[in-house]
Design a protein around this ligand. Sequence first.
Ligand code: CA
Length: 234
Amino acid sequence: MPNHKILIVEDEEAIAHVMESILSANGYTPLPARTGGQALTLATVHNPDLILLDLGLPDIDGIEVLRHIRQWGQTPVLVVSARDQEKQKVEALDLGANDYITKPFGSSELLARIRAALRQRAGALDSSAAPPEQYSSGGLTVDFDKRQVRVDGLDIHLTQIEYKIVEFLARQPGRVLTHDAIMVYVWGPYLTDDNKILRVNMANIRRKLEKNPAEPRYIQTEMGVGYRIADEDN
Ligand code: CA
């Protein structure tokens, strides 16, 4: 297993220490930064494989740190945010952050997000690899060639719009996608930013895919942010 370097940008000592020990215990090399300034320096010097970025930093705003990082390259960035920072989370995702995790979080959630982001980066770097032909998680399969969606082996009939939404999510397993990102992919950039049409379509998708649409297994709502499809079976 490669020894990935992970830059932890977090000014709260206690949280930073917890993250450092979780990462060390799981074979990653943590690089701690307590300020945005330190983060930018360490990112340049060490070229980490992934960056965990707190949005509330004492010197530079986390969003500004992200802007700088995205000017240089595509290092995966996981935003670490507080519960009341929905607007900043969405802004960070639309600026190119790969995902976010909300404090307080458990170690398994943190590790799952890190694995998903590193896997996406590996896929993006390996340009010779063919794009995946199918997505599969807990009984849900999406065949991208045949444009076929199945649950427990049974064909599910989706409208073209519904299929496009599911396909977009399924091509990025385990990753949160913002309302805006989905809307632009499905309807293009000219639609109003009212996401009611997306919510209506998602309700229809869930009625077709989920045994209990009120407690979805496959596509989770990220309140105020967007949607996330379940990570793939390993
Ligand atoms: Ca903070």
